[in-house]
Design a protein around this ligand. Structure first.
Ligand code: PMP
Length: 359
C-alpha cells in the first residue's frame, strides 16, 4: 500500500497531521463543542419546506453572491451592519481559509496565541502561510501590551485572535483587539465562534468595526445556533473585504440548499438560540462542580470548560469512553476539555467523573 511519503506532495505538508478530533459513535458527545440540543421541530419543518422549494431549481447554479443569506446574517448580527458587510462560506473554517488565501500564503505569516483553536495553524499550513506562535500571559490571557509586543517583534501579515478562546474559554478584552489593530498594518481576525455564549452584557468585537477596514470578525452558525451539520460560517467586516474574498472563493461555493436552509433557520433565530441560556447554566455548573471534584476549572465564556489537575488525561478520556461519554484530550499536560451538554448529559459526565475519582 502506498503511503503519503510516496507521493510528490508539497514539501511543506510532509510530516503534518490532519485535524484530529476522534469521530466515535458514543451516546454522550461532549468533544467538539456542538450545541447538543436538536433544533426545534417547528423550525425543522420550516427549513424542510424551504429546501423543498430550493431543490426544484437545483439544475441552476446558486446565487453566487448569496444575497438573501447575507441580508439575513446582517439582520442577525445587528450593530448597524448591512449585507455588504457580510461574507459567508461552508463553516467558519472555510471563511478563515479564504482569509488566508487572500491575505496570507507563501512568504507571509500569521501570528496566533496557543493554546488556541487547532485549525488556525492547520489552515495556515494548508495555505502555505507561516504560523507564528505567540505566548499568552498568565491564566491564558493576552494583555494589550503583550499583543503589541508580539506584533512589534514578529511583524506578521495577519493576527488571529480567538474570543472566547478555544480550548481555554478565556475571553479577550476589546482593548487587546484595538491594540493589535493599532500595532499592525496587517489584517486582524477575531474568531468569535462562541460569542453568543458570553455572559450577558459582553461587548462583541463587532462594535470595533467602524473605521477599521482591516478588522474581520468571524462567526459561525455551528455552535450557539445548533447548525453545525449545515456548514455555515461568516465574517463581518468592511465591504471591501468581500471584494478580497471574491478573488479566492470558488464560484458558487455555497450551495442553494445551504443558502435556503440557513435563511430559513435565521428567520427563527430566537427559537434556534433558545437553548443558549440553558447551555450557559450547564457551563456554569461545570465551573462550580469540577473544583468540588478536585479539578481546576479555567474561567470560560464559551460552551465548554478546560479543566486541569488531571493526573492522566488519556486514562480519564478512555475511562469516560467506557461510560459512553466522549470529551476532548487536546494534549495539554494535565488537562481535558468538556463541552456543556444538556442537563442530563452534563450530569452523566459529572457523575461518571466522580465515580472515577472514587476508584
Ligand atoms: N473557530 C473556532 C474557535 C472553533 O472552535 C470552531 C469549531 N470547533 C470553528 C472556528 C469552526 O467552526 P465551523 O467551521 O463549524 O464554523
Amino acid at each position: 500500500m502506498a503511503s503519503l511519503s510516496d507521493l510528490p506532495i508539497r514539501d511543506d505538508l510532509r510530516g503534518l497531521s490532519p485535524y484530529g478530533a476522534p469521530q466515535k459513535h458514543v451516546r454522550i458527545q461532549l468533544n467538539v463543542n456542538e450545541n447538543t440540543h436538536p433544533i426545534p421541530e417547528a423550525v425543522a419543518t420550516d427549513i424542510v419546506s424551504s429546501l423543498a422549494k430550493a431543490i426544484l431549481s437545483v439544475n441552476r447554479y446558486p446565487d453566487r453572491e448569496f444575497t438573501e443569506l447575507r441580508e439575513s446574517l446582517a439582520g442577525y448580527v445587528g450593530h448597524g451592519l448591512a449585507a455588504a458587510n457580510i461574507w459567508a462560506a461552508n463553516g467558519s473554517n472555510e471563511v478563515l481559509q479564504q482569509v488566508l488565501q487572500a491575505f496570507g500564503g507563501p512568504g507571509r505569516s500569521v501570528l496566533g496565541f496557543p493554546p488556541t483553536y487547532s485549525m488556525h495553524s492547520i489552515i495556515a499550513s494548508g495555505t502555505g502561510t507561516r504560523w507564528i506562535p505567540g505566548e499568552r500571559d498568565a491564566s491564558f490571557e493576552i494583555s494589550p501590551a503583550t499583543v503589541t509586543r508580539w506584533i512589534e517583534q514578529t511583524s506578521p501579515d495577519l493576527v488571529f485572535l480567538c474570543s472566547p478562546n478555544n480550548p481555554t474559554g478565556t475571553p479577550l478584552s476589546l482593548e487587546t483587539i484595538a491594540a493589535a489593530y493599532e500595532a499592525t498594518p496587517g489584517i486582524v481576525v477575531v474568531d468569535e465562534a462562541y460569542a453568543e455564549f458570553a455572559p450577558a452584557g459582553t461587548e462583541s468585537a463587532l462594535s470595533l468595526l467602524p473605521g477599521r477596514e482591516r478588522l474581520l470578525i468571524s462567526r459561525t452558525m455551528s455552535k450557539a445556533f445548533a447548525f453545525a451539520g449545515a456548514r455555515v460560517g461568516y465574517l463581518a467586516a468592511d465591504p471591501v473585504i468581500a471584494d478580497a474574498m471574491r478573488l479566492v472563493r470558488l464560484p458558487y461555493h455555497l450551495s442553494s440548499l445551504t443558502q435556503a436552509a440557513a435563511v430559513a433557520a435565521l428567520a427563527h433565530a430566537p427559537e434556534m438560540l433558545a437553548m443558549v441560556d440553558d447551555i450557559r447554566r450547564q457551563r456554569d455548573r461545570l465551573l462550580t462542580e469540577l473544583p468540588k471534584l478536585g479539578f481546576h476549572a479555567w474561567p470560560s465564556a464559551a460552551n465548554f470548560v478546560l479543566f486541569g489537575g488531571v493526573d492522566d488525561p488519556h486514562a480519564v478520556f478512555e475511562a469516560l469512553l467506557d461510560h459512553d461519554i466522549i470529551i476532548r484530550d487536546l494534549g495539554i499536560a494535565g488537562h481535558l476539555r468538556v463541552s456543556a451538554g444538556t442537563e442530563g448529559e452534563t450530569t452523566a459526565f459529572l457523575e461518571a467523573l466522580e465515580g472515577l475519582r472514587l476508584h
